[in-house]
Design a protein around this ligand. Structure first.
Ligand code: HAM
Length: 416
């Protein structure tokens, strides 16, 4: 056999091992229960889409579209992109399946991997999982509040510590167009202080400069006029009604006039949950309203609101060590010839609902006891040749160390 070069998982990706999966399963179970209680149905869209879905949906001026997408040409010459986020994909599905004909709003949730070519660090990966939800077909501010409350409830039930919620507004066209002109005037006057790349981007979407990483740009933007101070009546009213509903629901929040999200489709409500435990990548979940996205993807006028939350970030915030043992019972057969004969007994225990492991490596009795202890088995069921003949097993309680004989046919019932 030739020995090969070791191959690692691609940079920025990671393997999810069994102990972490125990935590992940709990997160998904809680999320699925909360979504179902609020009448969200589950949707799964393909892992890749026509590139246009994201280029048009997420917006050409965003970091995601400009430099983070995994885009490739397939053998048929089509441009495809691994899904960097879920909202545009769900909006595409809403249009494709004529969901505007269903009772509105249509409420959908998903759990899916997302792909972004970002600089990897703790909590920031090139493939991450999101649980997310989209409610499409209503402009009622109560829907924004419900979506926010659903995500808050998921964190509450999981007992995610130190979670805070910030809320802002992207306004509507009526507020944003005059504001955009105002911001452009401000930026034109400061053009000399901006790096060339930022000055270029400014024409495309000046609001994007609010989340620019460059400290020089940040210093300029600290003095820029804020959209929050230029919201029109309708936008103010929308925000007021969302906040009132959150107050009624007992969801705590801070208003943040500088909240910018990395996606261009937002209108009115934007929000972000942060967790102080997470360090630099403190955004644990975020979302907002997108009243034009569906129309931009060729659909009817269907306003929506939704959120996404990173499963890895929730896991990091929970900081749970390996959950309880994965094994109830270890069957130890200290006789090589008997091992195969007792496999049906092992199968019967498993079918009874117990989680059962046995030796599959030809260990000595002493090594089997060590193996059972190291995988956290609660009981060891020992069946030697003598016991086998008599139709009994010795059941050892690994916590108390007590041992007692139990007829083979009764072991499953006893342990359960
Ligand atoms: P987003 O803020 O880009 O929003 O991502 C949502 C969440 O995904 C973040 O709060 C974070 O927890 C997690 N996340 C994002 N990027 C990474 C990464 N590179 N590594 C690990 N976790 C990450 C959206 O994607 C929108 N589609 C949310 C939405 C739904 N808005 C309306 N509906």
């Amino acid at each position: 056999m030739t020995s090969g070069r070791r191959i690692s998982a691609p940079r920025g990706t990671r393997d999810v091992l069994p102990a972490e999966h125990a935590v992940r399963r709990r997160i998904l179970d809680v999320a699925a229960a909360v979504f179902a209680e609020s009448a969200y149905g589950q949707i799964t869209t393909p892992t890749f889409e026509d590139t246009e879905v994201f280029a048009r949906g997420v917006g050409a001026s965003t970091d995601i579209v400009r430099k983070e997408m995994y885009t490739f040409e397939d053998l048929g010459g089509r441009s495809l992109t691994l899904r960097p986020e879920g909202t545009a994909a769900v909006a595409r599905a809403y249009v494709e399946h004529g969901m505007h004909k269903l009772p509105q709003p249509v409420k959908l949730w998903y759990s899916a991997p997302m792909f972004r070519h970002e600089a990897p660090q703790s909590g920031r990966y090139r493939e991450h999982w999101q649980i997310g939800a989209e409610a499409i077909g209503s402009e009622d501010p109560l829907l924004d509040a419900e979506a926010i409350a659903v995500l808050a409830e998921i964190y509450r039930r999981l007992e995610v510590p130190e979670v805070r919620l910030r809320i802002g507004s992207m306004g509507d066209d009526e507020s944003r167009e005059p504001y955009r002109a105002l911001l452009l005037d401000f930026l034109e006057a400061r053009r000399a202080e901006l790096p060339a790349e930022a000055a270029e981007r400014m024409a495309e979407n000046p609001l994007r400069l609010f989340d620019h990483k460059d400290p020089g740009v940040a210093a300029v933007m600290a003095q820029a006029p804020l959209l929050a101070d230029h919201l029109g009546g309708a936008a103010q009213d929308h925000q007021g009604r969302v906040l009132e509903a959150l107050d009624a629901l007992g969801v705590a929040y801070e208003l943040d006039p500088r909240l910018v999200r990395g996606l261009d489709y937002y209108t009115h409500t934007v929000f972000e949950f942060t967790c102080d435990r997470l360090g630099a990548q403190s955004g644990i979940g975020g979302g907002g309203r997108y009243d034009r996205l569906v129309a931009e993807l060729g659909g009817p006028d269907a306003p929506g609101v939704g959120f996404g939350s990173g499963v890895e970030r929730i896991t990091l915030a929970l900081d749970e060590s390996a959950a309880g043992a994965d094994v109830d019972c270890y069957v130890a057969v200290p006789d090589q010839a008997l091992r195969a004969e007792l496999l049906p007994f092992v199968t019967d225990l498993r079918r009874s609902g117990l989680r059962v492991e046995t030796d599959l490596r030809g260990r000595s009795m002493k090594a089997m006891m060590r193996h059972a202890a190291s995988i956290g088995a609660r009981w060891v069921v020992i069946v030697g040749p003598q016991e086998h003949q008599e139709g009994i097993a010795t059941v050892r309680d690994m916590e108390s160390g007590e041992q007692r004989p139990v007829p083979l046919a009764e072991v499953a019932g006893e342990l359960r």
